[in-house]
Design a protein around this ligand. Sequence first.
Ligand code: UT7
Length: 339
Amino acid sequence: MNKIKAAITGIGGYLPDYLLNNEELSKMVDTSDEWIMSRIGVKTRHILKEKGKGTSDLAVPAIRELLKKTSTHVDEVDFVLCATVTPDHQFPATANIISDKLGIKNAFSFDLNAGCSGFLYALETASRFIESGRYRKVVVVGAEKMSSIVDYTDRATCPIFGDGAGAVLLEPTTEEYGIIDSIVKSDGFGRVHLHQKAGGSVMPASEETVNNRLHYIYQEGQPVFKSAVANMADTSVAIMKKNQLNPEDLDWLVPHQANMRIIEATAKRMGIKKEQVMINIHRYGNTTAATLPLCLWDYEHLLKPGDNIILATFGAGFTWGAMYLKWAYDGEKTGKPSP
Ligand code: UT7
């Protein structure tokens, strides 16, 4: 019998209604649409404005759509894995809260934090549970309320990020579809360039940490940019070589949406055309662990069984990686039309 592989069998997504555009941002900090579009490539980002709502409130509608589209009953779900850096609370896990809100009672659930690489790390982790033969329906969700940790007085970071959630269903297959290979890496030294200073056990919240704005994202843009280009491109090229994939064999690159210039540099190194690359950074910004599933959600209607797809990512940690999969179903039947 063929080996069991994990295949993505459906996608759901959710974006909060409020749209923060570059014109509005330019009134909040000293910036311009021209600078943001040329240096980052973001035009608008969705923001969850309602008080008392958190990351689980983004994940729940995304998973609800996923379960509906795949005709999956909540009782069938075995495992819920949530990738996020903006959990509802320090504890319990947001995945526990999501499961409760959806009425998922027969599953275990936990969170995974790998910065912007969270979704790819979560797919890598969840696929092993499927391959074991023990779990048959696994929900992997990347969800972020980045606006809860973005400093809207810091012009170097506030144009980048947005809120949103994307979820996929993983199921076993013995056919020639599903997750085939991956390269995942981390280097904790990178933390010096990208982190949240306060709120953890090293520096618990205090009046001083709040006054000094230490609960927001701290990022040294240039070293992060350099590492992102080098590592995302290197692993993407490495996974192509490892699987004897030429540029023309690849149907889609699904890159983390951190900066349009990083996406272009990665595609160039891989020798692929812009038409082979999923891009939505201009509409959603960097939604951290949600960028990859939100790309798949936007492009689902174009995906065909057997499509060769590489997911590539880089994020806080540093964490990075690439994954090669063969698409498992006809997305035209379930995907939404192009926006
Ligand atoms: O997803 C997690 C991983 N994160 C990333 O991949 C992000 C990686 N880094 C980046 O995307 C880029 O480094 C940034 C978008 C954060 C910054 O772009 P940059 O081209 O590296 O700009 P910079 O930091 O070198 O700043 C260049 C200039 C500076 O002015 P001076 O010193 O040259 O006078 C900044 O003060 O641009 C200035 N600047 C701005 N100007 C207008 C920085 N932010 C802004 C802004 N509007 N929003």
